[in-house]
Write a protein that binds this ligand. Sequence first.
Ligand code: NDP
Length: 452
Amino acid sequence: MTTRSETRTTLDHLLTEIEHRNPAQPEFHQAAHEVLETLAPVVAARPEYAEPGLIERLVEPERQVLFRVPWQDDKGRVHVNRGFRVEFNSALGPYKGGLRFHPSVNLGVIKFLGFEQIFKNALTGLGIGGGKGGSDFDPHGRSDAEVMRFCQSFMTELHRHIGEHTDVPAGDIGVGGREIGYLFGQYRRITNRWEAGVLTGKGQGWGGSLIRPEATGYGNVLFAAAMLRERGEDLEGQTAVVSGSGNVAIYTIEKLAALGANAVTCSDSSGYVVDEKGVDVELLKQVKEVERGRVDTYAERRGSSARFVPGGSVWDVPADLALPSATQNELDENAAATLIRNGVKAVSEGANMPATPEAVHLLQKAGVAFGPGKAANAGGVAVSALEMAQNHARTSWTAAKVEEELADIMNNIHTTCHETAERYDAPGDYVTGANIAGFERVADAMLAQGVI
Ligand code: NDP
């Protein structure tokens, strides 16, 4: 039997190899480090996981598709963007994961997101593999017609690679209900098939699930509540600092209010808003979702309780809880130190990998409950899988039923992470718990299915 330290050395070699074979992909390296660094105890304890090639296969995507996306703007000028779909692992089910449209998108970003997605999807227990895609297209400031032409061009290539039993994309940064609509329309036109289960996050009149838009934010709040419960506390009366003002942030703020807590901030890439009375979620929806405006407009309309701070760090605002809900590496070591100084009790990741490794380390060392994204924000993909189930059965569930399922799934994920961490001598460490529990499910399926 190999010892933990021998296993750690093997995993360290593998990480060096990953960096060497995937140059210029820092986000992917970061995600691989974050997972592999926690696996030594389980690999040492279960000799089958030390089988040569198992982890090497896990860190190599099954398929990576890169393609050209040409489109014309409203003035007739041609633009050329790059499209990506990384089909990472299908041992547990069809590849599943969102599409991100943002100028920062590159292969390394999509691979980090796809890698995370493997373990997140495994944790839901719903039979979905991991994948992710997107483009370096920037939808900000584009007309609806431009976004439609872009989506149509993107899908004209992507359609060859997806399908309800193969690969099922959804939304992410820059891809919401509008984009999913244009993408689905083009898929239907090209294939001449009503294949509802090929995309999730659809509109409610044409195959979408109730509570899908809310699911990631609601799920993260439920995960934070479960972490607090474990420490004998609840959400009632707690204040929260939330970053972002998109899909995840909005429904995080909504659910916090519904459970008696108060989110006092929101943000976008221009700065942040502090609202002493608590963010008015209906006004925020109007500004961001209907008018596609910026958070400074929210502050202007809200009146004296709110002020807009251009630039700056939203994490400077004191609160009991922090729920980062914008993007990767938005909460660094300095921000973590400020949160700790201000007495934060729990940090729960709505975004993917928003806290840097140094920040996570600092928070855990200070005894702050820390919910990693692959567990805490899994509610979105979980309800996407429920959307696929409803599409398959040609039925649609009530909001109450979907919410009940979501709550069960989030509580199960919390329990699984918590118990797994205890089993591997890391009580209260949800990072280790989530990584090992997700890994065990995927690794067992990969071993059973042979070397493919
Ligand atoms: P949206 O596009 O709806 O909103 C993104 C928000 O984050 C906007 O307020 C945006 O501001 C801000 N943001 C994005 N990039 C940056 C940046 N580089 N710097 C500062 N602010 C930024 O995306 P979502 O809410 O869907 O996604 C947010 C996060 O949650 C992402 O990490 C995503 O991967 C993760 N996630 C989303 C799920 C979902 O179901 N949608 C599921 C699980 C995780 P601005 O408009 O100024 O760019």
